[in-house]
Design a protein around this ligand. Structure first.
Ligand SMILES: C[S@@+](CC[C@H](N)C(=O)[O-])C[C@H]1O[C@@H](n2cnc3c(N)ncnc32)[C@H](O)[C@@H]1O
Length: 302
């Protein structure tokens, strides 16, 4: 049963101190109320709230992000240092330019500008210099209150007037995805599904109010192991898209698999996975070589 007084006490404790004091209040309230329904004792509820917050937020965050490095005197190297403070952006450091280059190649003609919503953005907005030329409008959101403030300051200090950020919880707040051409859901659906079973599907469906959604999954665990993750997440995405007409392309990067999903194509064309060109050609060559080997093997046996 819900207990508003107990919930408020836990909320105050979280907001008054420690690393979760900078988590968006809507998120804290949602997790506290879920745990209050699951557990009885206050101590047990709070312990499980903190555990959940670690899973969805703390595990990705370096507690010593030095936002001062972003000041204009910090220059681009300062931005790179901040990008390295979050697991997801740190993993892209070797290939950020290629990352956006390939994604925008799949989206459409060179030079076209887009209205983009970057959902559960983490520190990714600090990579704006890599893609700002392709932006008509960029809006992002996450549950980190301090990062939100710093992201908006960064946009202002760097004259990115068509860029903005706010705090939003994808499971609590309604987001007007239909106002955008493209929604980024980088490394987010798996994290969301861990918060509540079935939530990834709901969020992907909501995001598909926009014509294009770019989803990504890590191809290695935080500890660096591969453990068949690409295949597992690819199957997971297939399930999420099961009854949604779409076409999609996949682009593989060293630590991340990116899927560009185009909504609303004829049923017969749906579920078609268009591999990026080089891997598609390589697979075709591989198939031909395998067929040749099988043929030669049969001749040798006769
Ligand atoms: C794995 S990180 C990915 C960050 C970013 N999209 C990237 O790829 O660089 C997951 C992000 O989701 C955010 N997040 C977790 N649950 C959320 C929710 N319910 N609503 C909005 N953001 C959430 C976390 O704060 C974290 O920044």
């Amino acid at each position: 049963m819900s207990d508003p007084v107990l919930e408020e006490r836990i909320l105050r404790r979280l907001m008054d101190s420690g690393k979760y004091s900078i988590v968006y209040e809507g998120t804290l309230r949602k997790i506290i109320s879920t745990m209050t329904l699951r557990f009885k004792k206050e101590k047990e509820i709070e312990k499980n709230v903190r555990k959940k917050l670690h899973q969805i937020y703390g595990a990705y965050q370096n507690s010593n992000i030095n936002y001062k490095l972003l000041s204009i005197s910090g220059g681009e190297s300062g931005v790179d240092e901040v990008l390295k403070s979050h697991v997801s952006t740190a993993e892209r450091m070797g290939f950020y330019e290629e990352f956006y280059g390939k994604i925008f190649d799949v989206l459409g003609e060179p030079g076209k500008k887009y209205k983009i919503y970057d959902a559960a953005c983490g520190l990714n907005p600090f990579s704006a210099f890599y893609f700002k030329e392709r932006v008509e409008l960029y809006h992002c959101s996450d549950i980190d209150v301090e990062a939100n403030k710093e992201i908006n300051r960064f946009f202002t200090e760097n004259g990115l007037s068509n860029f903005s950020s706010e705090n939003r919880d994808l499971m609590v707040d309604e987001i007007p995805f239909s106002d955008y051409d493209v929604v980024f859901l980088f490394k987010t659906l798996s994290c969301i599904e861990r918060q509540e079973k079935g939530s990834a599907k709901k969020i992907l469906q909501n995001a598909l109010a926009a014509p294009i959604v770019v989803v990504s999954f890590p191809s290695k665990s935080i500890g660096g192991k591969e453990k068949g993750m690409v295949e597992n997440y690819s199957n997971f995405l297939e399930e999420l898209l099961e009854d949604i007409p779409h076409t999609k392309s996949v682009i593989h990067f060293p630590t991340e698999a990116v899927y560009v999903i185009l909504k609303g194509v004829a049923e017969s064309r749906s579920h078609r996975v268009v591999e990026n060109r080089s891997s598609f050609l390589w697979r075709s060559a591989e198939d031909i070589i395998k067929s040749l080997c099988r043929y030669l093997f049969r001749i040798l046996l006769v």
